[in-house]
Ligand binder design. Structure first.
Ligand SMILES: Cc1cc2nc3c(=O)[nH]c(=O)nc-3n(C[C@H](O)[C@H](O)[C@H](O)COP(=O)(O)OP(=O)(O)OC[C@H]3O[C@@H](n4cnc5c(N)ncnc54)[C@H](O)[C@@H]3O)c2cc1C
Length: 432
């Protein structure tokens, strides 16, 4: 099956919905500029404007009441800029490009990104704006690869930002609040190969007897659970770091057939497992590029807790298992390395990401979230900006030491509140 994200018709009067179908965009108009000058005019002339990426967020972060812009009409191909030492470089893409367009270009030249999310269909600009991540103790979120940004501010001015600029660390995870990104640069490195092995039968006791060792056993590790038990562990090892995959993994045994994280679901859309070596981009995402990851029949939530609180946070969620189970498809635990991007969920320390794929019953999921958030509050849980959560601006400000700086940056760069929307009022509250 082909990727089925609904395509926003060019020149459409109004856009449709997000990927999951739970958000109907309210904007009056959808624009598809074919040049930066046209985009600058749209932005400067709009009362309220937001950019749309591939619409994979589960909340109203990309919504607004006046103008939406989709950037897939901006001209420009992937440009690879080699570093002087030749050991890597920066890949530049336009504001509408998806990872699935960038990745083959890098691979064909023998280059790699440090990590990918579970699916490659998302845009680079949209994913990095929300701190989207993969897994791995040594891997920062996808936003940590950003090495440059060009964006149109609300006055229509095109500004360029590089890592040395004082606002750079504040502008990478920007939640769409600062401008429309027209061009974005990601650091690349030499290619590498990965093999995926799935293990079943890991116990909670073995997992938490030495969680660091489990998470550090390979380049990228994902633990799946229904909160009653650990259901699977996906171990993605670099072939240049590990010769062979062990038959046994902390007491768990290697699966002998390809295994879906949702038991009973066909496996054709998954990237290869069973230890078959493959290029980084054919193994790090759970889902293949040419296939739809699912039919959109799901909702997602995710919270990040400091790694040192991981076990206690999991214990708190295990105690809620009877409440969670009726709505849950599967949960996934991943680690993300610390960074210093102001609004990154991993800002200031290594985190454990606690992810929930829900049945598509938004009312019941929303009713349950405050219980989960209360259980995780003692651990300073930060929600994924692109998924469902109910945490409000006051609590978020307590979780993010640089939130006052971000609010100030928003007011300075967008004094007329053109990029403001209900989501930002609930979460950032830059305008009081
Ligand atoms: C099936 C599925 C799997 C997922 N897996 C993962 C995962 O493994 N890890 C993870 O962390 N997340 C995951 N997510 C969440 C997803 O990565 C994020 O929601 C991401 O932000 C989606 O990017 P997008 O291009 O769809 O952005 P959108 O949802 O379209 O937009 C997100 C935000 O970015 C802004 N934006 C988009 N483009 C621009 C631009 N050019 N300029 C300025 N602002 C812009 C929008 O205005 C909005 O504020 C998953 C989501 C789905 C549906």
């Amino acid at each position: 099956m082909n990727e089925t994200v609904p395509t926003v018709p060019a020149g459409a009067a109004r856009p449709a919905t997000n990927w999951a179908g739970n958000v109907v965009y309210r904007a009056a108009r959808l624009h598809r500029p074919t040049g930066v000058a046209e985009l600058q005019e749209i932005v400067a002339g709009s009362r309220r404007v937001k950019a749309l990426g591939s619409r994979h967020c589960f909340n109203d972060i990309a919504d607004c009441t006046a103008d939406l812009v989709t950037l897939d009409g901006l001209p420009g191909d992937v440009e690879l800029e080699r570093s002087p030492d030749g050991a890597g470089g920066i890949a530049w893409v336009t504001g509408g490009a998806r990872y699935s367009e960038l990745v083959p270009r890098l691979a064909e030249h023998g280059w790699a990104l440090h990590n990918l999310a579970s699916l490659p269909h998302i845009t680079v600009a949209g994913a990095t704006a929300t701190g989207t991540h993969g897994s791995g103790n040594r891997n920062g979120s996808l936003s940590t690869a950003v090495a440059g940004l060009e964006l149109v501010r609300s006055d229509g001015e095109l500004v360029t930002l590089a890592p040395g600029d004082p606002e750079f660390a504040g502008a990478v995870v920007h939640l769409g609040a600062l401008g429309v990104v027209t061009r974005i640069g990601l650091r690349f490195q030499p290619t590498f190969q990965v093999r995926t092995n799935v293990y079943v039968g890991l116990t909670w006791d073995r997992l938490f007897a030495d969680f660091d060792a489990v998470a550090d056993a390979a380049y990228s590790v994902s633990v799946f659970t229904d909160w009653h038990e650990v259901t699977q562990v996906w171990v993605k090892a670099r072939t240049d770091e590990h010769d062979v995959a062990p038959e046994e993994f902390f007491g768990a045994r290697s699966a002998t057939v390809p295994t879906h994280m949702l038991p009973g679901t066909p496996v054709e859309n998954l990237t290869d497992q069973l230890g078959l070596p493959g290029e980084w981009h054919e193994r790090l995402p759970h889902f293949r590029t040419g296939f739809t990851p699912s039919n959109g029949d799901e909702l997602q939530t995710e919270y990040f807790v400091p790694r040192r609180h991981g076990q206690h946070a999991c214990d708190a969620l295990r105690a809620l298992a009877p409440r969670i189970a009726p709505l849950l498809q599967v949960s996934e635990l991943r680690t993300v390395a610390a960074d210093e991007l102001w609004l990154s969920p991993a800002q200031g320390g290594d985190v454990l990401a606690l992810h929930f794929t829900w049945l598509p019953d938004e009312d019941r999921v929303r009713a349950l979230l405050p219980e989960i958030e209360a259980a995780l509050r003692p651990y300073g849980a930060r929600p994924h900006w692109g998924k469902l959560f109910t945490t409000g601006a006051d609590e978020l400000a307590g979780c993010y030491p640089r939130m006052p700086d971000f609010r100030e940056l928003v007011r300075r760069w967008d004094p007329r509140g053109a990029f403001r929307n209900d989501y930002l009022d609930r979460t950032v509250a830059a305008f009081g």
